[in-house]
Ligand binder design. Structure first.
Ligand code: F6P
Length: 340
């Protein structure tokens, strides 16, 4: 078969492991794999590269994506869907494996409904895709954030400062929750649970009183209950997502004023997305790639491979992209036990 593959949306550690697995597994079937450059942009512009065994040697531990990525939305481009269909037809692509988050897979869902054979692979450091227990990239991002928190504890304690760590995650607090719990944060603030500034101040004071300095982990999408500290510039991407960031420094300024202790903010940003994938992410990404090729050869379409427990299963793409997976209150309550 001739299989197309692309990586769309924000890059994330493990994308190359999927590409490698698709090519290696496909080679066993005698498949030809065609990589599209820069996500849906490459399909729109028929910008592709053949992917054979030699092309994927050595890429397993590499972060990012050898195919490049973009946040291009063909449905936001005049005549976009028609151009996508024309490219697939011209290149003789019999099945497409898009690797992405809710946006990339949302496009895949619509193309599947338009008759394209699609098998999606879920990725995002945010871990906010419903229908899969985990996306690859998340474990690596949490590891990076946890290491940062570990390091910040020692410098914060030495200087008797509050350190506010802003992490990514968009509208889901998974990275903050896991990194904060793993790193022993004094407070974790997530978008799903608008926070009370007074309570954060109290937790910081309590931590100082115990002889240690507070670490406040704040998710980029978190906001106070009273509507203060609005930080978004309002800029949006092709899928209409607002660009987040800035809550960490804004909160640090308030905490400094309210606690009378020096406060600094560390915005981890894209460091969380870069670099080599963790073992968990390499294995999950590899298993997703293998399962995607199996699905293609079984004639499946309009589906996404997903992790349920320890099994790789197939779910409807429409189900996978219908809603975001957010942190449930009971998971946040577990983290709250350690606040202060
Ligand atoms: O979805 C992954 C993610 O890293 C989010 O956590 C973050 O809000 C967004 O992408 C940042 O996107 P960009 O790299 O385009 O600024």
């Amino acid at each position: 078969m001739r299989i197309g593959i692309l990586t769309g949306g924000g890059d994330c550690p493990g994308l190359n492991a999927v590409i490698r697995a698709v090519v290696r597994k496909g080679a066993g079937h005698g498949d030809e794999v065609v990589g599209f450059r820069d996500g849906w942009r490459g399909v729109l512009d028929a910008d592709s590269v053949p992917l054979d065994l030699a092309a994927v040697r050595g890429i397993l531990p590499r972060g990012g994506t050898v195919l490049g990525t973009s946040r291009t939305n063909p449905y936001a481009v005049d005549g976009g869907p028609e151009r996508v269909l024309a490219t697939l037809e011209r290149l003789g692509i019999e099945a497409l494996i898009p690797i992405g988050g809710e946006d990339t897979l949302g496009v895949a869902t619509r193309l599947g409904e338009a008759g394209v054979r699609v098998v999606g692979v879920p990725k995002t450091i945010d871990n906010d895709l419903d229908a899969t227990d985990y996306t690859f990239g998340f474990d690596t991002a949490v590891g990076v954030a946890m290491e940062a928190i570990d390091r910040l504890h020692t410098t914060g304690d030495s200087h008797h400062r509050t350190l506010v760590v802003e992490v990514m995650g968009r509208h889901a607090g998974w990275i903050a929750l896991h990194a904060g719990m793993a790193g022993g944060a004094s407070v974790v603030l997530i978008p799903e649970h608008p926070f009370d500034v007074d309570a954060v101040v109290e937790h910081c004071r309590h931590r100082f009183a115990s002889g240690f300095s507070p670490i406040v982990v704040v998710s980029e999408g978190a906001a106070p209950r009273d509507g203060s500290l609005r930080t978004s510039s309002g800029a949006t991407d092709a899928f209409g997502h607002v660009r987040l960031g800035g809550i960490g420094p804004a909160l640090a300024a308030v905490l400094e004023e309210r606690t009378g202790r020096e406060s600094r903010a560390v915005v981890l940003g894209h460091v969380q997305r870069g670099g080599t994938p963790s073992p968990f992410d390499r294995v999950l990404a590899t298993r997703f790639g293998l399962a995607a090729v199996d699905a293609v050869h079984d004639g499946a379409t309009g589906i996404m491979v997903a992790l349920r427990g320890t099994d790789i299963v197939r779910v409807r793409l429409s189900e996978a992209t219908a809603q975001l997976k957010l942190v449930p209150p009971e998971r946040y309550a577990e983290a709250e036990v350690f606040f202060g």
